[in-house]
Write a new protein. Sequence first.
Length: 285
Amino acid sequence: MTTVIREPAEFRRACDDARRASGRVGLVPTMGALHAGHLSLVDEASRRADFLAVTIFVNPLQFAADEDLQRYPKTLEHDLQSCQQRGVDVVFAPDTDAMYPDCFQTQVRVAELAKPLEGVFRPTHFEGVTTVVAKLFNLTGPCAAVFGRKDYQQWKVLCRMVGDLDMPIEVVGCPIVREPDGLALSSRNRYLSEADRHRALAIVEGLRAAHDAWEHGERKPSVLENAAATPVEAVFDRIDYVAAVDPETLEPSATSPERLLIAAAAHLGSTRLIDNVVLGEDPRP
C-alpha cells in the first residue's frame, strides 16, 4: 500500500526508517502528471533499491513569470494509482508552503553547466531545479535518485551539484521513453491539439536526420546541427535552440567528436517541447 506524506519531517523519518529496516532507498522526483516515461524511472529505481519513494511537487521556483505554472497538469489521484500499481512505498506530495515557508531565502546554483541551452532561454530555471532537488535529497538522505534523460541538461546539472557538494546520492540517468511514432513522452504533450501533435514529430525527424548522418560518417557539428534544425525550422512556430554540443560540457564540440549531443527546444503555439539524442551513444530516436 502506497503511503502519501505531506510533511517534510515525516518524509525524512520514513526514508530513515526504511534504510534501517530495508536497505537502500530509491527516489524518483517528479512534478506529477505521471506517464509511462515516469513509470520507467520507478521501474529502474525498483531494480536499484528496496524502498521506493516518488515525490510529486510542481515547483514554482523553476517557472518564470511567463511560463505555464498555473496550467501545469495536476493529476494526483491518477498519479497515486500509478504509484500503487508500481509498488511505490511512499509518495511525498508537499504543499508549496511546506517546501518554501515565508522565511525561505536560500538558493542553490550550479554555474557553468546551467548557462548554455536552457540557461539562455530560461535563466532562472536551473536555480529553481537545483534548489528543490537539493531539498529533496536532504530529506531523503543517501539514495539512488533516478531522472529521465529527456531533460539531459538537468541531469548533468544535478550530477554536478551532487559531485561538487559531496552529496551521498547516486544520480541515475535513464533513456528517453517515446511514443510509437517517436515523440518523446512529456506531461506537456497533452497541451497539443491533434494538428500540433502531428507537427511535433518534426523535432524527432530532425534528431533522426542527424543520427543518420552520423551513422554515415558525418562528424562536423555544424553539418549535424543543420540536419537536425531543418525539419524543426519548417514546422515549429518558434525555436529556442537546435544545438550540437559536447555531451559533458554542453559547449560547442571539437571538430571530430567521439560523441555529440543534439539538443532541441521549440514551441508549437504556447507549448514548449524539448528533445535530444547523443550521437555515438544513443539508438536512433
